[in-house]
Design a protein around this ligand. Sequence first.
Ligand code: SF4
Ligand code: SF4
Length: 326
Amino acid sequence: MKNVHWQRFFEQIAIMFGREPKKPTVITERAQQVHELKRMANKVEVRAAILAAHEKPHGHTWRNRRWAVLIFVNLFFAVSFGFDIQILEGALTASRLIGFHLIDLNAALQVMLAHKHIIVNLVIGTSTVMVIWILLGGRTFCSWVCPYHLVAEWAENLHLWMASKKLVSDQHMSRGLRTWFWVIFALAALATGYTVFESISPTGILSRALIYGPGLALLWVLALLLFEVAISRRAWCRYACPIGLTYGVVGIVSPVRIKYTLDGCFHEGDCKKVCLVPHVLETVIKGRAVDTEVSLGPDCTRCGLCVDTCPTGSLKFDIKGLSKLL
Ligand code: SF4
Ligand code: SF4
């Protein structure tokens, strides 16, 4: 049974780098029994249960909590600078919290590649940040802290509304593009000696604009948002942003996960429709779960949208080793 989980663990890493999910070849016996019971279930009864479960509109508990945290963190930077409080100095890319250096992992990597040597202050700042994000869950940074995530989420709602009116359609691209962008930006820093990505990163641009005031670079962010509304849903985060991949790698060993429980799942896929990275939810497709309980892969941003949306409570936040004690 351990093999099933190890196989899934490595598979989820490959999926994060761009591989498309495949039907699992090994499934635990207990999961096979549940899949079989579901195949034998009366279809009319199942459909009635799905309709009944969907009668009540779902809440937005996790989304609201997340938005509150994201806005608080970003405003804290702005307020600290505006009132010269000196508790938190700098911007998201590089800051000092009560004297401690905190540096965005991707930015630190870019700087070291550009300078072609290991900078001690950066290593100290990066280690602190790395430990924080390993504990909190890698891409948690994306959905709970990154200011671009929030505006892109609003743009996504506009895209979905326009798509429902058949005004736009979502153009899919290869997810492997993000890995290529990661390599290209790393090589660009190495070759030019400049942190090329930082000058076009909407995360950094928005963070600096909030703290020091708007600049022309915001036009680039606006162009990205327009592209996402009119052409490709969440294109920057899905297909381009190297920050997401860096934090995804950090989250591989994180204890904070979304846990999927097979038993009560209807397999109607509501969770996949709201998810920024629906490939991590392949396990909800009928017959795909390799065990009765599985953790979602490291590309999950722990945004909680699926947790809010699931009508059966089959998706929940989980802290490995702690949840059973709580
Ligand atoms: S799986 Fe759920 S928590 Fe993870 S990114 Fe998708 S919607 Fe958010
Ligand atoms: S886990 Fe997804 S597919 Fe299963 S019931 Fe919940 S929303 Fe539906």
